[in-house]
Design a binder for this molecule. Structure first.
Ligand code: KG4
Ligand code: ZN
Length: 343
């Protein structure tokens, strides 16, 4: 069975193709990657300091058909046996482009269509590199989402343990990077600057870590505001902003809370695998602190290669293959996008 996955929930037009290899003698099956094509409109959003939905939608429109063609050529196939497509969560207009394309091709090729949740794709993609997924906790951090999930089986519904009550973690990185004039998206530049700073120089707040706070939810607006106040105060006092120390201390605060809650979820649930996903897991401190804390707690840490932590189509193809192999019924061609879809 060959599955094509289509992803257009944010600023990446992704089309991936996998082949499903069923397991033998009771062993779990696995998806094997045949193609992974991505066209990004990130450069077009740079001067606005964030993703502009209308620009993203128009870029998807231009990219979707050529990206599908490239993926089919790379996989050496005319048509897949099934199409899996992200229906949410994401930007409404952006999702519509991928879903409309998926429906049109499903109809033209007479192949079944399967509606996918973007978040599940971020977890499923790790199986391409690290094999079948045991029960796990997943921490997804990107410019658009911050979620803590409990996954028992990729073919089964996923349980959301917690999410952000305000900014996404990557969004907080981008906003703080902007305060420090590091450009957009500023996460990678902030990460680089932080290597020259002292992560303990400034005690920025750790949002929602108090005893009465929700155990698995996140808040990053407090730390972002604290950084803004710190920078303003330096400028007001005529003191040079200690850029590297601010970057390192902010990054430490975010990495601390993310990994603290992820390990807490694993411990509470008795789960011994943590999976990271989303573009912000490229952050060096989030990775190293997750590694340190998992090792100390006896938890196996799984992190896909950075290219597959960001949005792509092969993650949707991989999730689709698991869901189809699990016996799910196809979605009707009338299936709607769901920008606010939870897990
Ligand atoms: O998954 P992604 O490519 O797109 C979505 O937002 O869906 O994630 C991009 C986000 C941006 O906010 C970017 O600043 C952040 O991930 N990011 C990082 C790093 N690399 C990317 N944040 C912190 N440190 C990094 N090294
Ligand atoms: Zn994503």
């Amino acid at each position: 069975m060959i599955v094509m996955g289509i992803e257009s929930s944010c600023d990446e037009t992704g089309v991936g193709i996998v082949a499903w290899e069923p397991g033998t003698d009771g062993a779990p099956g696995r998806a094997v990657m045949l193609a992974d094509e991505v066209a990004s409109s990130v450069d077009e959003h740079a001067r606005f300091g964030g993703v502009v939905p209308e620009i993203a939608s128009r870029a998807h429109l231009e990219a979707i058909v050529p990206t599908m063609r490239r993926a089919r050529e790379a996989a050496g196939i005319d048509r897949p046996d099934a199409i899996a497509v992200t229906i949410g969560p994401g930007l409404a207009g952006a999702l519509l482009v991928g879903v409309a394309a998926a429906k049109a091709y499903a109809l033209a090729w007479d192949v079944p269509l399967y509606a996918m949740n973007h978040l599940g794709g971020h977890v499923a993609v790790d199986t391409l590199e690290h094999g079948p997924m045991p029960e796990c906790v997943a921490l997804l951090v990107s410019g658009g989402h911050t979620h803590l999930l409990h996954v028992t089986d990729l073919a089964a519904p996923i349980v959301e343990l917690g999410t952000t009550v305000d900014d996404a973690a990557g969004e907080a990185f981008d906003k703080v990077a902007r305060l420090l004039d590091l450009g957009y998206p500023g996460g990678p530049a902030l990460d680089r600057l932080a290597t020259e700073g002292d992560p303990h120089a400034i005690a920025f707040p750790r949002g929602m870590t108090g005893p009465r706070d929700a155990r698995y939810d996140f808040s990053f607006s407090g730390v972002k505001t604290a950084v803004a106040r710190h920078v303003e105060k330096c400028r007001r006092d005529g003191v040079e902003v200690p850029m590297a120390d601010v970057a390192a201390s902010f990054q430490e605060a975010v990495a601390d809370v993310l990994t603290l809650k992820a390990i807490r979820a694993c411990t509470d649930l008795g789960v011994d695998t943590l999976v990271l996903g989303g573009g912000a897991t490229a952050n060096s401190r989030i990775r190293s602190l997750a590694g340190e804390r998992c090792a100390a707690a006896g938890i196996t840490l799984r992190v896909p290669t950075p290219r597959r932590c960001t949005d792509n189509g092969v993650m949707i193809a991989t999730l689709g293959a698991h869901v189809i192999a699990g016996g799910a019924a196809p979605s009707p061609l009338t299936v709607a996008t769901d920008p606010g879809l939870s897990v």
